[in-house]
Design a binder for this molecule. Structure first.
Ligand code: ARG
Length: 455
């Protein structure tokens, strides 16, 4: 018998079905069904022989899914119904006992939380691999100067190690965000039933233990309504992908003929279909462009959950494609970033030439005047004037005459001024904690190594 007097409209069937994307949840669905069947028998809700038949059928279904031999039916709405149908085909009517004391609402919440928990763990390991690649690159280019930029204008010189370490700290924060997301997935939804709990004396703690949860969700209504953990994962992914987009953007710029700071390995580039000379940094460009897609997934799920009345609503089926695409995209981006960094060849000559234009020492000259007792704002004006004279006359700062210097300030000794314009002084003068002097970068590298997780 059925509640319905006519079959579903084919268009509704297509709109409603989630099997095409949620089939990848099958390992989690099988795992929770095993735990659930064992618990039902342990609580005398089903017999031990029922349990054994269900477990045997689940083994058979798992084998079919692993081998790709599982016969999906066009009437299977989602992975949960597909597996239950097949269990019943294999085990006979006892298959119908598997759904005792369970609803698809707590079932799907459990599959998704298990999937997302694994994804968060996977993301932290992928971040660790990228962090390791960046740390090795920082170590290998400890004292290679290049310009640091603001507004993409040369600002102050830094060491490449220092610049690469900036990404390490960003990624270590990303890692913590995934660890936080994982911690939000410590409570088992299963056992909440449709929303109110179930009419059986179940043992949720036993299921939680078998599935690796620390505890059970304390409120059945919240348990089936909650998708916070997906939002937490997506938020961590969005920030991480945004960081990768900045790395990608810099690799695109730096590998251009104009910069020439780095050559990306052929393995991470592609040719042009028409211009034989070209080597395009596609992977780096895609790191740049994939981030907004992940941010959009986060935003979309916020939209789905916004103002959604408790408890389960079919709207929530729309969590999956955003989640799955994010997991796949982030996974590719983290691996590509690590691969590109590991195989990149940096060009010391090009970077240090760009960093040796002595205009880049303007801040140091201003600070030199500060030490002579001139207020910083005044120094800024004095040096800005010198820069203007140099730029207007097409000269370096070091080429300004003694008279020109004296005209700018009586505190600016020409010998000290020119001494300051020696390149290493610009870098090695940044002695403050977290600054670019070598001793500070070494300190920072050691701190980052200590914060790094083994890969
Ligand atoms: N495919 C559904 C989803 O992904 C499973 C839960 C269905 N529950 C229900 N009451 N219709 O959300």
């Amino acid at each position: 018998m059925s509640r319905f007097s006519e079959p579903q409209d084919p268009v509704f069937r297509r709109l409603n079905a989630s099997l095409s994307f949620d089939r990848r949840l099958w390992p989690y669905d099988i795992a929770q069904s095993r735990a659930h069947a064992r618990m039902l028998a342990a609580q005398d809700i089903i017999g031990d022989d029922d349990r054994d038949e269900l477990l045997a059928a689940l083994d058979a279904v798992e084998a079919e899914l692993v081998e790709g031999a599982f016969d999906f039916d066009r009437d299977d709405e989602d992975i949960h119904m597909a597996i239950e149908r097949r269990v019943t085909e294999i085990a006979g009517p006892v298959g119908g006992k598997l759904h005792t004391a369970r609803s698809r609402n707590d079932q799907v919440a459990t599959d998704v939380i298990l999937f997302t928990r694994d994804a968060a763990g996977h993301a932290t390991r992928a971040i660790d691999a990228l962090v390791a690649a960046l740390l090795d690159a920082a170590e290998a280019h400890l004292d290679w100067p290049l310009p640091g930029y603001t507004h993409l204008q040369r600002a102050q010189p830094v060491y490449l190690s220092h610049h690469l370490l900036a990404y390490v700290w960003m990624l270590l924060r990303d890692r913590e965000r995934f660890v936080f997301a994982e911690a939000q997935m410590a409570a088992l939804p299963l056992g909440a039933g449709a929303l109110a709990g179930v009419n059986f004396d179940t043992d949720r703690a036993a299921v939680a233990t078998e599935l690796g949860f620390e505890r059970v969700a304390p409120n059945s209504i919240d348990a089936v309504s909650n998708r916070d953990f997906v939002l937490d994962y997506l938020a961590a992914a969005a920030t991480c992908a945004t960081h990768l987009s900045r790395l990608g953007a810099e690799l695109v710029l730096w590998s251009s003929e104009e910069f020439g700071f780095v050559t990306l390995a052929d393995a991470w580039t592609s040719g042009s279909s028409i211009m034989p000379q070209k080597k395009n940094p596609d992977a780096a460009e895609l790191l740049r462009a994939k981030a907004p897609r992940i941010v959009a997934h986060l935003s979309a799920l916020h939209g789905v959950m916004h103002a959604l009345p408790l408890t389960y609503n079919k709207d929530m089926q729309e969590d999956k494609e955003h989640l799955f695409d994010t997991v796949d995209t982030l996974d590719l981006c983290l691996a590509a970033a690590a691969g590109m960094i590991r195989s990149a060849r940096f060009h010391r000559d090009r970077m240090s030439a760009a960093a040796s234009d002595d205009l880049i020492a303007a801040t140091d000259v201003a600070d030199h005047l500060v030490r002579a007792g001139v207020p910083f704002r005044e120094c800024h004006g004095i040096v800005a004037g010198l820069v203007r004279v140099a730029v207007d006359s097409g000269r370096h700062l070091a080429d300004l005459s003694d008279d020109e210097l004296a005209g700018a300030s009586d505190r600016l000794g020409p010998a000290e001024f020119r001494g300051l314009l020696a390149q290493s002084a610009w870098l090695e003068s940044k002695v403050s904690e977290g600054g670019t002097s070598l001793a500070r970068v070494r300190e920072q590298l050691a701190a980052a190594r200590a914060a790094q997780q083994p890969v």
